[in-house]
Write a protein that binds this ligand. Structure first.
Ligand code: F6P
Length: 550
Protein backbone atom coordinates (compact mmCIF):
# COMPACT_ATOMS: atom_id res chain seq x y z
CA UNK A 1 0.00 0.00 0.00
CA UNK A 2 1.21 3.46 -0.89
CA UNK A 3 0.67 4.74 2.68
CA UNK A 4 3.24 2.23 3.94
CA UNK A 5 6.05 3.66 1.81
CA UNK A 6 8.93 5.85 2.97
CA UNK A 7 7.75 8.58 0.55
CA UNK A 8 4.31 8.70 2.21
CA UNK A 9 5.82 8.73 5.71
CA UNK A 10 8.15 11.57 4.75
CA UNK A 11 5.16 13.58 3.53
CA UNK A 12 3.21 12.85 6.70
CA UNK A 13 6.12 14.10 8.83
CA UNK A 14 6.54 17.18 6.66
CA UNK A 15 2.78 17.87 6.87
CA UNK A 16 3.03 18.21 10.64
CA UNK A 17 5.01 21.45 10.17
CA UNK A 18 3.13 22.65 7.11
CA UNK A 19 -0.21 22.39 8.92
CA UNK A 20 1.03 25.04 11.32
CA UNK A 21 2.12 27.37 8.53
CA UNK A 22 -0.37 29.95 7.22
CA UNK A 23 -0.43 30.61 3.46
CA UNK A 24 0.42 34.26 4.05
CA UNK A 25 3.72 33.23 5.66
CA UNK A 26 4.62 31.12 2.65
CA UNK A 27 4.29 34.18 0.43
CA UNK A 28 6.34 36.35 2.78
CA UNK A 29 9.07 33.72 2.88
CA UNK A 30 9.49 33.33 -0.90
CA UNK A 31 9.77 36.31 -3.21
CA UNK A 32 9.49 34.33 -6.48
CA UNK A 33 6.80 31.96 -5.21
CA UNK A 34 4.28 32.80 -7.93
CA UNK A 35 6.73 32.01 -10.75
CA UNK A 36 8.02 28.91 -9.04
CA UNK A 37 4.58 27.36 -8.78
CA UNK A 38 3.16 28.45 -12.14
CA UNK A 39 3.29 26.35 -15.33
CA UNK A 40 1.94 26.79 -18.88
CA UNK A 41 0.84 24.36 -21.58
CA UNK A 42 -1.64 24.24 -24.49
CA UNK A 43 -3.01 27.77 -23.95
CA UNK A 44 -3.51 27.27 -20.20
CA UNK A 45 -1.65 28.82 -17.27
CA UNK A 46 -1.85 27.02 -13.95
CA UNK A 47 -0.93 29.00 -10.84
CA UNK A 48 -0.49 26.71 -7.86
CA UNK A 49 1.25 29.25 -5.65
CA UNK A 50 -1.83 29.63 -3.43
CA UNK A 51 -1.63 25.97 -2.40
CA UNK A 52 -0.44 25.37 1.15
CA UNK A 53 2.80 23.80 0.05
CA UNK A 54 6.49 24.58 -0.39
CA UNK A 55 9.27 23.53 -2.74
CA UNK A 56 10.11 20.80 -0.23
CA UNK A 57 6.49 19.56 -0.31
CA UNK A 58 6.61 19.35 -4.08
CA UNK A 59 9.89 17.44 -3.98
CA UNK A 60 8.41 14.89 -1.55
CA UNK A 61 5.22 14.58 -3.63
CA UNK A 62 7.31 13.86 -6.70
CA UNK A 63 9.06 11.10 -4.75
CA UNK A 64 5.62 9.68 -3.97
CA UNK A 65 4.62 9.86 -7.64
CA UNK A 66 7.77 7.98 -8.65
CA UNK A 67 7.18 5.44 -5.88
CA UNK A 68 3.76 4.78 -7.51
CA UNK A 69 5.54 4.47 -10.88
CA UNK A 70 3.60 7.37 -12.33
CA UNK A 71 5.84 7.67 -15.44
CA UNK A 72 5.17 3.99 -16.22
CA UNK A 73 1.43 4.43 -15.62
CA UNK A 74 1.24 7.41 -17.99
CA UNK A 75 2.99 5.43 -20.68
CA UNK A 76 0.73 2.40 -20.14
CA UNK A 77 -2.42 4.56 -20.35
CA UNK A 78 -1.41 6.34 -23.55
CA UNK A 79 -0.01 3.19 -25.20
CA UNK A 80 -3.34 1.43 -24.74
CA UNK A 81 -2.42 -1.19 -22.15
CA UNK A 82 -5.29 -2.74 -20.18
CA UNK A 83 -5.27 -0.16 -17.39
CA UNK A 84 -8.97 -0.77 -16.65
CA UNK A 85 -8.15 -3.92 -14.73
CA UNK A 86 -11.61 -4.86 -13.39
CA UNK A 87 -13.05 -4.78 -16.91
CA UNK A 88 -9.86 -6.03 -18.53
CA UNK A 89 -9.59 -3.37 -21.22
CA UNK A 90 -7.64 -0.24 -22.10
CA UNK A 91 -9.01 3.27 -21.50
CA UNK A 92 -8.36 4.92 -24.81
CA UNK A 93 -10.22 8.21 -24.85
CA UNK A 94 -6.89 9.73 -25.91
CA UNK A 95 -7.05 7.64 -29.10
CA UNK A 96 -10.21 9.53 -30.07
CA UNK A 97 -8.16 12.69 -30.46
CA UNK A 98 -5.14 11.30 -32.28
CA UNK A 99 -4.53 13.00 -35.63
CA UNK A 100 -5.31 11.02 -38.79
CA UNK A 101 -1.64 10.41 -39.57
CA UNK A 102 -0.93 8.85 -36.15
CA UNK A 103 -1.03 5.12 -35.47
CA UNK A 104 -1.95 3.19 -32.33
CA UNK A 105 -1.83 -0.57 -32.57
CA UNK A 106 -3.81 -2.57 -30.05
CA UNK A 107 -3.87 -6.37 -30.40
CA UNK A 108 -2.49 -6.06 -33.92
CA UNK A 109 -5.06 -3.49 -35.08
CA UNK A 110 -4.44 0.21 -35.73
CA UNK A 111 -7.32 2.07 -34.04
CA UNK A 112 -6.80 5.41 -35.75
CA UNK A 113 -8.49 4.64 -39.11
CA UNK A 114 -11.68 3.50 -37.29
CA UNK A 115 -11.68 6.62 -35.15
CA UNK A 116 -11.40 8.84 -38.22
CA UNK A 117 -14.00 6.83 -40.12
CA UNK A 118 -16.47 7.67 -37.34
CA UNK A 119 -15.44 11.33 -37.46
CA UNK A 120 -16.03 11.28 -41.22
CA UNK A 121 -19.46 9.70 -40.70
CA UNK A 122 -20.27 12.46 -38.19
CA UNK A 123 -19.01 15.05 -40.68
CA UNK A 124 -21.38 13.76 -43.37
CA UNK A 125 -24.32 13.98 -40.97
CA UNK A 126 -23.37 17.45 -39.73
CA UNK A 127 -23.03 18.69 -43.31
CA UNK A 128 -26.53 17.46 -44.12
CA UNK A 129 -27.99 19.23 -41.10
CA UNK A 130 -26.08 22.43 -41.79
CA UNK A 131 -27.15 22.43 -45.42
CA UNK A 132 -30.81 22.14 -44.32
CA UNK A 133 -30.93 18.79 -46.11
CA UNK A 134 -31.72 16.54 -43.17
CA UNK A 135 -35.47 16.59 -43.53
CA UNK A 136 -38.19 15.28 -41.28
CA UNK A 137 -40.72 12.76 -42.50
CA UNK A 138 -43.02 15.46 -43.88
CA UNK A 139 -40.21 17.08 -45.87
CA UNK A 140 -39.36 20.03 -43.59
CA UNK A 141 -35.72 20.66 -42.64
CA UNK A 142 -34.80 19.52 -39.10
CA UNK A 143 -34.26 22.52 -36.79
CA UNK A 144 -34.21 20.97 -33.32
CA UNK A 145 -32.06 18.10 -32.14
CA UNK A 146 -32.80 16.66 -28.71
CA UNK A 147 -30.04 14.57 -27.15
CA UNK A 148 -31.45 11.79 -24.98
CA UNK A 149 -28.70 10.48 -22.71
CA UNK A 150 -27.52 10.61 -19.12
CA UNK A 151 -24.19 10.76 -17.26
CA UNK A 152 -21.34 10.71 -19.75
CA UNK A 153 -23.82 10.56 -22.62
CA UNK A 154 -25.23 13.91 -21.52
CA UNK A 155 -22.89 15.98 -19.35
CA UNK A 156 -19.94 16.26 -21.76
CA UNK A 157 -21.95 17.40 -24.81
CA UNK A 158 -24.17 19.60 -22.60
CA UNK A 159 -21.18 21.32 -21.01
CA UNK A 160 -19.25 21.83 -24.26
CA UNK A 161 -22.15 23.00 -26.43
CA UNK A 162 -22.93 25.60 -23.78
CA UNK A 163 -19.29 26.67 -23.45
CA UNK A 164 -18.73 27.00 -27.20
CA UNK A 165 -22.06 28.50 -28.28
CA UNK A 166 -20.15 31.60 -29.54
CA UNK A 167 -18.31 29.44 -32.05
CA UNK A 168 -21.24 28.57 -34.31
CA UNK A 169 -20.12 28.70 -37.94
CA UNK A 170 -21.85 31.43 -39.92
CA UNK A 171 -23.92 30.90 -43.05
CA UNK A 172 -25.23 27.46 -42.16
CA UNK A 173 -28.75 26.24 -41.40
CA UNK A 174 -29.02 26.70 -37.63
CA UNK A 175 -29.70 23.65 -35.49
CA UNK A 176 -30.90 24.20 -31.92
CA UNK A 177 -29.57 21.50 -29.62
CA UNK A 178 -31.42 20.45 -26.45
CA UNK A 179 -30.71 17.88 -23.75
CA UNK A 180 -33.07 15.61 -21.85
CA UNK A 181 -31.55 13.29 -19.26
CA UNK A 182 -33.92 12.88 -16.33
CA UNK A 183 -35.91 9.66 -16.15
CA UNK A 184 -38.95 11.46 -14.72
CA UNK A 185 -39.51 12.99 -18.17
CA UNK A 186 -39.68 16.59 -16.99
CA UNK A 187 -37.14 17.99 -19.46
CA UNK A 188 -38.57 15.93 -22.30
CA UNK A 189 -42.17 16.92 -21.49
CA UNK A 190 -41.12 20.57 -21.83
CA UNK A 191 -39.63 19.98 -25.30
CA UNK A 192 -42.59 17.90 -26.46
CA UNK A 193 -44.87 20.72 -25.39
CA UNK A 194 -43.13 23.36 -27.48
CA UNK A 195 -41.25 21.72 -30.37
CA UNK A 196 -42.71 20.88 -33.75
CA UNK A 197 -42.44 17.11 -34.39
CA UNK A 198 -41.97 17.72 -38.11
CA UNK A 199 -38.68 19.53 -37.51
CA UNK A 200 -37.39 17.68 -34.44
CA UNK A 201 -34.89 14.81 -34.38
CA UNK A 202 -33.75 12.77 -31.38
CA UNK A 203 -30.23 11.49 -30.79
CA UNK A 204 -30.27 8.42 -28.54
CA UNK A 205 -26.91 8.55 -26.79
CA UNK A 206 -26.07 5.55 -24.70
CA UNK A 207 -22.87 3.57 -24.68
CA UNK A 208 -24.64 0.47 -23.36
CA UNK A 209 -28.04 1.21 -24.93
CA UNK A 210 -29.60 -0.36 -21.84
CA UNK A 211 -29.84 2.69 -19.56
CA UNK A 212 -33.45 2.91 -18.42
CA UNK A 213 -33.32 6.71 -17.99
CA UNK A 214 -32.49 7.16 -21.68
CA UNK A 215 -34.66 4.36 -23.01
CA UNK A 216 -37.73 5.60 -21.13
CA UNK A 217 -37.25 9.09 -22.62
CA UNK A 218 -36.67 7.52 -26.03
CA UNK A 219 -39.91 5.51 -25.86
CA UNK A 220 -41.90 8.61 -24.94
CA UNK A 221 -40.28 10.55 -27.80
CA UNK A 222 -40.98 7.76 -30.30
CA UNK A 223 -44.63 7.54 -29.31
CA UNK A 224 -44.95 11.33 -29.57
CA UNK A 225 -43.58 11.26 -33.12
CA UNK A 226 -45.62 8.23 -34.15
CA UNK A 227 -48.81 9.83 -32.89
CA UNK A 228 -48.16 13.30 -34.26
CA UNK A 229 -46.66 12.26 -37.60
CA UNK A 230 -47.85 8.67 -38.09
CA UNK A 231 -51.43 8.74 -36.83
CA UNK A 232 -52.23 12.43 -37.45
CA UNK A 233 -50.25 13.01 -40.68
CA UNK A 234 -50.38 9.48 -42.07
CA UNK A 235 -46.59 9.15 -42.36
CA UNK A 236 -45.09 5.68 -42.53
CA UNK A 237 -43.41 4.48 -39.24
CA UNK A 238 -40.21 3.43 -40.99
CA UNK A 239 -39.85 6.89 -42.50
CA UNK A 240 -40.31 8.48 -39.08
CA UNK A 241 -37.59 6.23 -37.65
CA UNK A 242 -35.23 7.02 -40.53
CA UNK A 243 -35.68 10.80 -40.50
CA UNK A 244 -36.10 11.48 -36.77
CA UNK A 245 -33.71 9.19 -34.88
CA UNK A 246 -29.94 8.86 -34.70
CA UNK A 247 -28.32 6.36 -32.34
CA UNK A 248 -24.89 6.64 -30.71
CA UNK A 249 -23.70 3.54 -28.89
CA UNK A 250 -21.07 0.85 -28.51
CA UNK A 251 -23.80 -1.70 -29.31
CA UNK A 252 -24.96 -1.65 -32.96
CA UNK A 253 -27.11 -4.75 -32.27
CA UNK A 254 -29.14 -2.96 -29.59
CA UNK A 255 -29.48 0.17 -31.74
CA UNK A 256 -30.76 -2.05 -34.55
CA UNK A 257 -33.22 -3.86 -32.27
CA UNK A 258 -34.58 -0.51 -31.10
CA UNK A 259 -35.21 0.48 -34.70
CA UNK A 260 -32.36 2.89 -35.46
CA UNK A 261 -31.71 2.77 -39.22
CA UNK A 262 -28.20 1.38 -39.97
CA UNK A 263 -27.13 4.61 -41.73
CA UNK A 264 -28.12 6.58 -38.61
CA UNK A 265 -26.00 4.54 -36.22
CA UNK A 266 -22.81 6.11 -34.92
CA UNK A 267 -20.63 3.63 -33.17
CA UNK A 268 -17.97 3.85 -30.54
CA UNK A 269 -15.99 1.34 -28.62
CA UNK A 270 -16.00 -0.49 -25.29
CA UNK A 271 -12.53 0.94 -24.64
CA UNK A 272 -13.98 4.46 -24.30
CA UNK A 273 -15.43 5.09 -20.84
CA UNK A 274 -18.84 6.84 -20.77
CA UNK A 275 -17.56 9.88 -18.86
CA UNK A 276 -14.56 10.10 -21.23
CA UNK A 277 -16.60 9.83 -24.41
CA UNK A 278 -17.39 13.35 -25.62
CA UNK A 279 -14.44 13.17 -28.05
CA UNK A 280 -16.14 10.80 -30.46
CA UNK A 281 -19.67 10.09 -31.66
CA UNK A 282 -21.17 11.12 -28.29
CA UNK A 283 -19.93 14.59 -29.26
CA UNK A 284 -22.37 14.81 -32.21
CA UNK A 285 -24.41 17.61 -30.52
CA UNK A 286 -21.14 19.55 -30.11
CA UNK A 287 -20.35 19.21 -33.81
CA UNK A 288 -23.91 20.30 -34.65
CA UNK A 289 -23.26 23.53 -32.75
CA UNK A 290 -19.63 24.36 -33.61
CA UNK A 291 -19.34 22.52 -36.90
CA UNK A 292 -16.87 19.76 -37.67
CA UNK A 293 -13.95 22.20 -37.91
CA UNK A 294 -14.68 23.46 -34.42
CA UNK A 295 -15.04 19.88 -33.18
CA UNK A 296 -11.66 18.96 -34.66
CA UNK A 297 -10.11 22.00 -32.92
CA UNK A 298 -11.51 20.72 -29.63
CA UNK A 299 -9.83 17.36 -30.31
CA UNK A 300 -6.56 19.07 -31.29
CA UNK A 301 -6.52 21.05 -28.02
CA UNK A 302 -7.05 17.86 -26.01
CA UNK A 303 -4.35 16.11 -28.03
CA UNK A 304 -1.91 18.96 -27.26
CA UNK A 305 -2.55 18.31 -23.56
CA UNK A 306 -2.08 14.54 -24.10
CA UNK A 307 1.32 15.19 -25.63
CA UNK A 308 2.27 17.52 -22.80
CA UNK A 309 1.14 14.83 -20.32
CA UNK A 310 3.32 12.23 -22.00
CA UNK A 311 6.37 14.40 -22.63
CA UNK A 312 6.73 17.01 -19.87
CA UNK A 313 8.84 16.30 -16.80
CA UNK A 314 6.70 15.46 -13.76
CA UNK A 315 7.76 18.75 -12.13
CA UNK A 316 6.50 20.76 -15.12
CA UNK A 317 3.52 18.60 -16.00
CA UNK A 318 0.21 20.42 -15.47
CA UNK A 319 -2.03 17.39 -14.83
CA UNK A 320 0.60 15.90 -12.51
CA UNK A 321 1.03 19.10 -10.52
CA UNK A 322 -2.72 19.70 -10.24
CA UNK A 323 -3.17 16.11 -9.06
CA UNK A 324 -0.34 16.32 -6.53
CA UNK A 325 -1.82 19.47 -5.03
CA UNK A 326 -5.05 17.49 -4.56
CA UNK A 327 -3.24 14.52 -3.00
CA UNK A 328 -1.43 16.86 -0.61
CA UNK A 329 -4.71 18.45 0.48
CA UNK A 330 -6.73 15.24 0.82
CA UNK A 331 -4.14 12.90 2.30
CA UNK A 332 -1.85 15.17 4.29
CA UNK A 333 -3.75 18.36 5.19
CA UNK A 334 -7.12 16.57 5.68
CA UNK A 335 -8.90 18.90 3.22
CA UNK A 336 -11.59 16.70 1.70
CA UNK A 337 -13.87 19.17 -0.02
CA UNK A 338 -13.08 20.65 -3.41
CA UNK A 339 -15.00 23.42 -5.14
CA UNK A 340 -14.87 24.24 -8.88
CA UNK A 341 -15.49 27.92 -9.54
CA UNK A 342 -15.44 29.17 -13.16
CA UNK A 343 -15.66 32.94 -13.70
CA UNK A 344 -17.19 32.71 -17.16
CA UNK A 345 -20.90 32.07 -17.68
CA UNK A 346 -20.13 29.83 -20.65
CA UNK A 347 -18.65 27.29 -18.22
CA UNK A 348 -21.93 26.95 -16.36
CA UNK A 349 -21.97 23.16 -16.60
CA UNK A 350 -18.25 22.60 -16.05
CA UNK A 351 -18.61 21.79 -12.34
CA UNK A 352 -21.44 19.31 -13.03
CA UNK A 353 -19.26 17.68 -15.68
CA UNK A 354 -16.31 17.39 -13.28
CA UNK A 355 -18.53 16.00 -10.54
CA UNK A 356 -19.06 12.91 -12.69
CA UNK A 357 -15.52 12.82 -14.08
CA UNK A 358 -13.84 12.98 -10.68
CA UNK A 359 -16.28 11.31 -8.31
CA UNK A 360 -17.43 8.49 -10.59
CA UNK A 361 -13.80 7.84 -11.49
CA UNK A 362 -12.10 8.10 -8.12
CA UNK A 363 -14.93 7.59 -5.63
CA UNK A 364 -13.42 4.19 -4.81
CA UNK A 365 -12.13 2.49 -1.68
CA UNK A 366 -10.63 -0.75 -2.97
CA UNK A 367 -7.23 -1.04 -4.64
CA UNK A 368 -6.52 -2.86 -7.91
CA UNK A 369 -5.73 -6.02 -5.98
CA UNK A 370 -8.93 -5.90 -3.95
CA UNK A 371 -7.68 -4.43 -0.66
CA UNK A 372 -9.58 -1.80 1.30
CA UNK A 373 -7.58 1.46 1.22
CA UNK A 374 -6.40 2.90 4.53
CA UNK A 375 -6.39 6.48 3.24
CA UNK A 376 -8.83 8.96 1.71
CA UNK A 377 -9.41 9.03 -2.03
CA UNK A 378 -11.60 11.42 -4.06
CA UNK A 379 -12.77 14.47 -2.11
CA UNK A 380 -16.36 15.68 -2.25
CA UNK A 381 -16.32 17.90 -5.32
CA UNK A 382 -18.95 20.43 -6.26
CA UNK A 383 -19.19 23.85 -7.76
CA UNK A 384 -21.05 26.55 -9.59
CA UNK A 385 -20.26 29.70 -11.52
CA UNK A 386 -17.97 31.64 -9.18
CA UNK A 387 -19.82 34.99 -9.34
CA UNK A 388 -23.12 33.30 -8.43
CA UNK A 389 -21.52 31.12 -5.79
CA UNK A 390 -20.18 34.31 -4.16
CA UNK A 391 -23.80 35.08 -3.29
CA UNK A 392 -24.55 31.55 -2.21
CA UNK A 393 -21.96 29.28 -0.57
CA UNK A 394 -18.80 31.46 -0.36
CA UNK A 395 -19.87 32.35 3.17
CA UNK A 396 -18.87 28.82 4.15
CA UNK A 397 -15.57 29.10 2.26
CA UNK A 398 -14.68 32.30 4.11
CA UNK A 399 -16.00 31.71 7.61
CA UNK A 400 -17.30 28.14 7.90
CA UNK A 401 -15.60 25.29 9.71
CA UNK A 402 -14.70 23.21 6.65
CA UNK A 403 -11.36 23.45 4.89
CA UNK A 404 -12.03 23.52 1.14
CA UNK A 405 -9.69 23.47 -1.85
CA UNK A 406 -10.92 25.73 -4.69
CA UNK A 407 -10.18 25.82 -8.42
CA UNK A 408 -10.69 29.28 -9.93
CA UNK A 409 -11.02 29.19 -13.72
CA UNK A 410 -11.21 32.18 -16.08
CA UNK A 411 -10.26 33.25 -19.62
CA UNK A 412 -7.85 36.19 -19.86
CA UNK A 413 -9.41 37.75 -22.97
CA UNK A 414 -13.01 37.94 -24.05
CA UNK A 415 -15.40 39.90 -26.30
CA UNK A 416 -12.75 41.02 -28.85
CA UNK A 417 -15.07 40.26 -31.74
CA UNK A 418 -18.24 42.01 -30.56
CA UNK A 419 -18.98 44.21 -33.57
CA UNK A 420 -20.69 47.18 -31.96
CA UNK A 421 -18.12 49.38 -30.24
CA UNK A 422 -20.08 50.64 -27.23
CA UNK A 423 -21.41 47.17 -26.42
CA UNK A 424 -17.91 45.72 -26.79
CA UNK A 425 -16.56 48.27 -24.31
CA UNK A 426 -19.33 47.47 -21.81
CA UNK A 427 -18.88 43.73 -22.13
CA UNK A 428 -15.10 44.00 -21.83
CA UNK A 429 -15.54 45.98 -18.67
CA UNK A 430 -17.90 43.26 -17.36
CA UNK A 431 -15.22 40.73 -18.15
CA UNK A 432 -12.70 42.78 -16.13
CA UNK A 433 -15.24 42.89 -13.30
CA UNK A 434 -15.44 39.08 -13.32
CA UNK A 435 -11.63 38.78 -13.35
CA UNK A 436 -11.33 41.25 -10.48
CA UNK A 437 -13.76 39.16 -8.43
CA UNK A 438 -11.98 35.94 -9.32
CA UNK A 439 -8.58 37.29 -8.26
CA UNK A 440 -10.00 39.01 -5.16
CA UNK A 441 -11.72 35.88 -3.88
CA UNK A 442 -8.66 33.65 -4.13
CA UNK A 443 -6.64 36.38 -2.40
CA UNK A 444 -9.09 36.75 0.48
CA UNK A 445 -9.35 32.98 0.84
CA UNK A 446 -5.57 32.89 1.10
CA UNK A 447 -4.87 35.91 3.31
CA UNK A 448 -8.05 36.33 5.31
CA UNK A 449 -7.97 39.54 7.37
CA UNK A 450 -4.54 40.40 6.01
CA UNK A 451 -6.11 41.21 2.62
CA UNK A 452 -7.30 44.53 4.06
CA UNK A 453 -5.47 47.44 5.66
CA UNK A 454 -5.52 47.12 9.41
CA UNK A 455 -8.51 49.15 10.54
CA UNK A 456 -8.43 48.26 14.19
CA UNK A 457 -9.99 45.43 16.19
CA UNK A 458 -13.09 43.75 14.76
CA UNK A 459 -15.66 41.44 16.37
CA UNK A 460 -15.39 37.73 15.60
CA UNK A 461 -18.18 37.67 13.04
CA UNK A 462 -16.24 40.15 10.89
CA UNK A 463 -12.97 38.19 10.99
CA UNK A 464 -11.56 36.04 8.18
CA UNK A 465 -9.09 33.24 8.88
CA UNK A 466 -7.90 32.78 5.32
CA UNK A 467 -5.52 29.86 4.68
CA UNK A 468 -7.93 28.12 2.24
CA UNK A 469 -5.81 26.73 -0.60
CA UNK A 470 -6.70 27.32 -4.24
CA UNK A 471 -5.44 26.83 -7.79
CA UNK A 472 -6.03 29.40 -10.52
CA UNK A 473 -6.38 28.25 -14.10
CA UNK A 474 -6.25 30.93 -16.76
CA UNK A 475 -7.19 30.22 -20.37
CA UNK A 476 -5.64 32.62 -22.89
CA UNK A 477 -9.16 32.69 -24.35
CA UNK A 478 -12.00 30.22 -24.18
CA UNK A 479 -11.84 28.50 -27.60
CA UNK A 480 -12.55 24.96 -28.78
CA UNK A 481 -8.81 24.23 -28.49
CA UNK A 482 -8.29 25.60 -24.98
CA UNK A 483 -11.51 23.97 -23.75
CA UNK A 484 -10.27 20.65 -25.15
CA UNK A 485 -6.99 21.14 -23.29
CA UNK A 486 -8.81 22.08 -20.08
CA UNK A 487 -10.98 18.95 -20.11
CA UNK A 488 -8.00 16.72 -20.93
CA UNK A 489 -6.07 18.36 -18.08
CA UNK A 490 -8.73 17.23 -15.60
CA UNK A 491 -9.04 13.77 -17.17
CA UNK A 492 -5.31 13.23 -16.67
CA UNK A 493 -5.36 14.76 -13.21
CA UNK A 494 -7.92 12.12 -12.26
CA UNK A 495 -5.68 9.40 -13.68
CA UNK A 496 -2.62 10.62 -11.77
CA UNK A 497 -4.51 10.62 -8.48
CA UNK A 498 -5.95 7.17 -9.18
CA UNK A 499 -2.44 5.90 -9.89
CA UNK A 500 -1.16 7.13 -6.54
CA UNK A 501 -4.21 5.81 -4.70
CA UNK A 502 -3.88 2.47 -6.60
CA UNK A 503 -7.57 2.51 -7.59
CA UNK A 504 -9.22 2.00 -10.98
CA UNK A 505 -10.64 5.29 -12.34
CA UNK A 506 -12.29 3.61 -15.32
CA UNK A 507 -14.98 1.40 -13.80
CA UNK A 508 -18.09 2.34 -11.75
CA UNK A 509 -19.31 -0.79 -9.98
CA UNK A 510 -20.69 1.34 -7.17
CA UNK A 511 -23.66 2.43 -9.26
CA UNK A 512 -24.75 -1.08 -10.27
CA UNK A 513 -26.44 -2.17 -7.04
CA UNK A 514 -28.63 0.94 -7.03
CA UNK A 515 -29.79 0.17 -10.59
CA UNK A 516 -30.66 -3.44 -9.67
CA UNK A 517 -32.59 -2.47 -6.55
CA UNK A 518 -34.40 0.30 -8.46
CA UNK A 519 -35.56 -2.33 -10.98
CA UNK A 520 -36.94 -4.52 -8.18
CA UNK A 521 -38.62 -1.55 -6.51
CA UNK A 522 -40.19 -0.50 -9.79
CA UNK A 523 -41.69 -3.97 -10.20
CA UNK A 524 -43.20 -3.78 -6.69
CA UNK A 525 -44.59 -0.31 -7.40
CA UNK A 526 -46.12 -1.37 -10.71
CA UNK A 527 -47.41 -4.84 -9.79
CA UNK A 528 -48.34 -4.08 -6.20
CA UNK A 529 -46.82 -7.30 -4.91
CA UNK A 530 -43.67 -8.23 -2.98
CA UNK A 531 -43.77 -5.33 -0.53
CA UNK A 532 -43.34 -7.67 2.50
CA UNK A 533 -39.65 -8.04 1.67
CA UNK A 534 -39.08 -4.30 2.15
CA UNK A 535 -37.90 -2.53 5.32
CA UNK A 536 -40.44 -0.45 7.26
CA UNK A 537 -39.32 2.89 5.82
CA UNK A 538 -39.34 1.77 2.19
CA UNK A 539 -42.67 0.00 2.72
CA UNK A 540 -44.25 3.21 4.00
CA UNK A 541 -42.87 5.19 1.03
CA UNK A 542 -44.24 2.67 -1.48
CA UNK A 543 -47.62 2.67 0.24
CA UNK A 544 -47.69 6.48 0.09
CA UNK A 545 -47.07 6.30 -3.67
CA UNK A 546 -49.88 3.75 -4.09
CA UNK A 547 -52.22 5.86 -1.99
CA UNK A 548 -51.47 8.91 -4.13
CA UNK A 549 -52.55 7.02 -7.24
CA UNK A 550 -55.96 6.11 -5.82
O1 F6P B 1 -24.79 4.66 -14.24
C1 F6P B 1 -23.55 5.19 -14.54
C2 F6P B 1 -23.29 5.21 -16.02
O2 F6P B 1 -22.95 3.94 -16.44
C3 F6P B 1 -22.22 6.22 -16.38
O3 F6P B 1 -20.95 5.73 -16.18
C4 F6P B 1 -22.56 6.50 -17.79
O4 F6P B 1 -21.94 7.66 -18.28
C5 F6P B 1 -24.06 6.62 -17.69
O5 F6P B 1 -24.43 5.63 -16.75
C6 F6P B 1 -24.81 6.41 -18.99
O6 F6P B 1 -24.53 5.16 -19.53
P1 F6P B 1 -24.89 4.83 -21.03
O7 F6P B 1 -24.11 5.75 -21.90
O8 F6P B 1 -24.50 3.40 -21.22
O9 F6P B 1 -26.35 5.05 -21.21
Amino acid sequence: MIDQTAAWRALAAHAATMRETHLRELFVGETNRQARFTRRAAGLTLDLSKQRWSTETQRLLLDLAREADLPGAIRRLLDGERVNVSEDRPALHTALRLPADAALEIDGEDLVPGVHATLDHMATMVERFHAGQWRGATGKAIRHVVNLGVGGSDLGPLMVTHALADFRPSGVHRIEVHFASTMDGSQLADYLGRLNPETTLFVLSSKSFTTIDTLSNARTARDWLMTRLGVEEGVDDALVMRQHFIGVSASPEKMGEWGIAPANQLEFWEWVGGRYSLWGAIGLPIALVVGMDGFRELLAGAHAMDRHFREAELADNLPVQLALAGIWNVNFLDIRAHSILPYDGRLEYFAAYLEQLEMESNGKSVTHDGHEVGYSTCPVLWGQLGPNAQHAFYQLLHQGTQAVECDFIAPLRRYDDVAEEATRAHLKSQHRLALANCFAQSRVLMLGDDAIEDDGPRPGHKRYRGNQPSSTLLLDRLTPATLGALIALYEHKVFVQATIWAINPFDQWGVELGKKIAGETQRILERREGIEAMDASTRALIEAAWAAEE
